[in-house]
Design a protein around this ligand. Structure first.
Ligand SMILES: Cc1ncc(COP(=O)(O)O)c(C=O)c1O
Length: 356
């Protein structure tokens, strides 16, 4: 008889699957999604385009015309190449796989995006987490020390960071990049539409920097597309560990279509940036709430009792994320995705009832 316990890795047996709570019937403010749908006429035209896609054929592994269009739209520097992933989650896994030499390490500030440590663990790499300062800014001294001590293969710098929303200082980032001359530095710009700052134009300036982006936060989380921008020497290596048909035909066709209508998504991001400012001010005025500065489409808020706030909001049919157990620096913190004016108003009303 064969049972999984005899076959599966012990560390995998001890894991739990990535938790995605059931949000049916709830206002969903837990996953940094764009709350806006596509305008109806545009969605209809997209539907017509998708109806023409050859579902019987495998996708092009490196769709040249689409890559050129993406490069142009996202201002990828001349001389740099692009690798598509099934979400940036997949790119993070591919990077770990490709770099998994015995003894290699992945380093990132903590608290940070959970997939950096998860990908390291799954590829048998050591993960080194460098705590942020108490105000959740980058502890650049600690980063430089850790880089020198660990000589990591890969360093992740989320710009801005999740779950804190912090946009690390450019000069600090540059110090880390320059000190990490034996590492690959991945600047993760998942929230770039809300930060409006980027290292994209600087990718070719350093031989050890790549920039990772996603269309998820821009409003296309469902199609799963991330992309990695870097010098061809890096991209060619990561391309070798990519599953051959990792981005599907419907995703490719949707991106191709949406790149002609980016102004729609950009306008939604602008709306969310304005809502972020309004919401941060309103929540900050509530008793006991401290809102950390955020350059993402979410707010990290410290409250007197995060579990009580989470439960009270759930009672009001609003789902947020209680991140207080993720890291000691996040004690009593919740993370709230910025949404439409209507949903934000409902959130505020519910918060007012619990923060008294
Ligand atoms: C910093 C950061 N990077 C990457 C991702 C993953 O994005 P994707 O949806 O492209 O897998 C997230 C998702 O929350 C994120 O917060």
């Amino acid at each position: 008889m064969t049972i999984p316990q005899d076959i599966i890795r012990a560390d995998v047996l001890a894991m739990t699957s990535y938790p995605v709570p059931d949000a049916a019937g709830l206002i969903k403010l837990d996953a940094m999604e764009n709350p806006y749908a596509l305008p109806r006429p545009l969605a209809d035209r997209l539907g017509e385009r998708l109806a023409q896609v050859a579902l019987n054929r495998y996708p092009l592994p490196r769709p040249g015309a689409l890559l050129d269009k993406l490069k142009c739209a996202m201002q990828v520097p001349v001389g740099c190449d692009v690798l598509l992933g099934n979400g940036s989650d997949e790119l993070i896994s591919l990077i770990a796989t490709a770099c998994a030499k015995p003894g290699a390490k992945i380093l990132a500030p903590v608290p940070g995006f959970v997939m950096y440590s998860m990908s390291a663990k799954l590829a048998h790499l050591e993960f080194v987490g460098v705590p942020l300062n108490v105000d959740l800014t980058l502890d650049v001294g600690a980063m430089l020390e850790a880089v020198a001590a660990h000589q990591p293969a890969v360093i992740y710098l989320a710009y801005p960071n999740n779950p804190t929303g912090t946009l690390f200082d450019d000069a600090d980032l540059e110090r880390v990049v320059r000190a990490a001359d034996r590492s690959l530095v991945v600047i993760d710009e998942a929230y770039q539409p809300f930060a409006q700052r980027s290292w994209m134009s600087r990718v070719g300036e350093f031989d050890n920097v790549v920039v990772m982006r996603t269309v998820s936060k821009l409003g296309l989380a469902g199609i799963r597309l991330g992309y990695l921008v870097g010098l061809p020497a890096w991209i060619n290596e990561f391309d070798k560990v990519r599953p051959p048909y990792n981005t599907n035909v419907l995703t490719q066709a949707t991106v191709d279509f949406m790149l002609d209508h980016l102004e729609v998504l950009d306008a939604q991001a602008a709306e969310l940036r304005a809502e972020r400012a309004r919401l941060a001010e309103a929540i900050g005025a509530l008793p006991g709430a401290h809102v950390f500065p955020s350059a993402g489409n979410f707010l990290l808020v410290r409250v007197p009792d995060a579990a009580a706030v989470f439960d009270a909001l759930l009672g009001a049919r609003i789902l947020i994320k209680n991140v207080s157990k993720m890291h000691p620096l996040l004690a009593e913190c919740v993370r709230i995705t910025v949404s439409t004016p209507d949903e934000n108003a409902q959130l505020l009303a519910a918060l007012k009832n619990v923060l008294v």
